[in-house]
Design a protein around this ligand. Structure first.
Ligand code: GYE
Length: 330
């Protein structure tokens, strides 16, 4: 059924209290299925063999998330990671997942590019007995109990936070909504959260697929279609940065003539906020590799884990300073 991120369980405490306990645990013997031979030739029979299907490299958020995952799921930390980038194509992800089953990895982790279309492969994984850890985005499937645990952000709350800022600061704005990849958990839930607060201010919507280039193209078209727009709500910073280019090329001033409210908070997005081209940014924190490593270790060891772990987000307005931006890790 619909994404698990709809039910908030207040697991923030668990997230914040991550320690290096997990690393000690996996160093001390790993999983009970890890002894069946690694394929990396590093003699890592104690390593936990993880197949991770990343959905792509479409945004600054994704790049930071990939770095965090790779850094945490390292051999030094007790993992034998097979990482595959799907280039935003579901068929590539399905192929990678089937390969992981064929390799009989200990744990499969993946960030689903969209919510639907996973029934068959999730059933195959379930039949193989390999546990699934869902990362970042959610699935909508008929398969019963398709994953052990999910870690990611509360996308709906991010949309709500953005909407509340608009309701408070720009209640007359005419908003064009720049959507992420259609059918992705991040798009569906951010749109829902935002729409519940200021839906009546939205005059048009189109997808920019979470990339700067497609965001720019979508806004070029929107400037023609909705000449009275005064605000863009973009589902991520990269598309917002593309929007800035389109707005400036049209002779308008981003942040003034057309305000921009964004989600993510990568360094380039926060820089746009300092430069007064973005007006408000809701953070979506991509740096949760350590928490993922802890979860995977427990799953491989057959220990109980929470069904979901919500990564904590903040929000930023134009009072942010250049020093804040320079200190940003991603
Ligand atoms: O906001 C966007 C990325 O799923 C949270 O995907 C993620 C989103 C993120 O492309 O920049």
């Amino acid at each position: 059924m619909k994404g698990i991120n709809r039910a908030r369980t207040g697991l923030a405490g668990a997230v914040a209290t991550f320690t290096i306990l997990a690393l000690a645990a996996c160093g001390g013997g790993g999983s009970d299925t890890a002894g069946d031979g690694g394929d990396t030739g590093d003699g890592g029979s104690d390593l936990i063999r993880v197949g991770f299907s990343q959905l792509g490299a479409e945004s600054g958020w994704r790049t930071a998330n990939t770095e965090s995952v790779k850094e945490s799921l390292s051999a030094d930390n007790g993992f034998d990671l097979t990482f595959v980038d799907a280039q935003q194509k579901q068929e590539n992800q399905i192929k990678a997942l089937r390969d992981f089953v064929a390799q009989d990895v200990d744990v499969i982790a993946f960030s689903p590019v969209i919510e639907t279309g996973w029934d068959e492969v999730l059933q195959e994984i379930k039949d193989s007995g390999i546990p699934v850890v869902l990362v970042d985005r959610t699935v909508d499937t008929t398969v019963d109990d398709p994953f052990v645990t999910w870690i990611g952000a509360d996308f709906k709350a991010e949309g709500t936070t953005a909407g509340e800022w608009v309701a408070e600061n720009a209640p007359d704005a005419k908003i064009f909504e720049l959507q992420g990849t259609l059918g992705s958990g991040a798009q569906v839930d951010r749109e829902e959260g935002f729409g519940e607060v200021v839906g009546d201010q939205i005059i048009g919507k189109a997808s920019g697929n979470f990339t700067r280039a497609e965001g720019k193209t979508a806004v070029e078209a929107a400037l023609q279609a909705y000449p009275d727009m005064t605000m863009i709500f973009t589902h991520n910073d990269d598309m917002g940065l593309g929007a800035i280019e389109a707005i400036e090329a049209a002779g308008k001033v981003p942040g003034k003539d057309i305000q921009i409210v964004s989600v993510d908070g990568v360094r380039d997005g926060l820089q746009a906020l300092v430069d007064k081209k973005f007006n408000f940014v809701v953070e979506c924190n991509p740096v949760f590799g350590d928490q993922l490593a802890e979860l995977i270790t427990k799953v491989a060891d057959g220990e109980d884990v929470p069904k979901e772990t919500i990564v904590i987000d903040k929000a930023f307005d134009q009072t942010i300073t250049q020093a804040d931006v320079d200190a940003r890790a991603y």
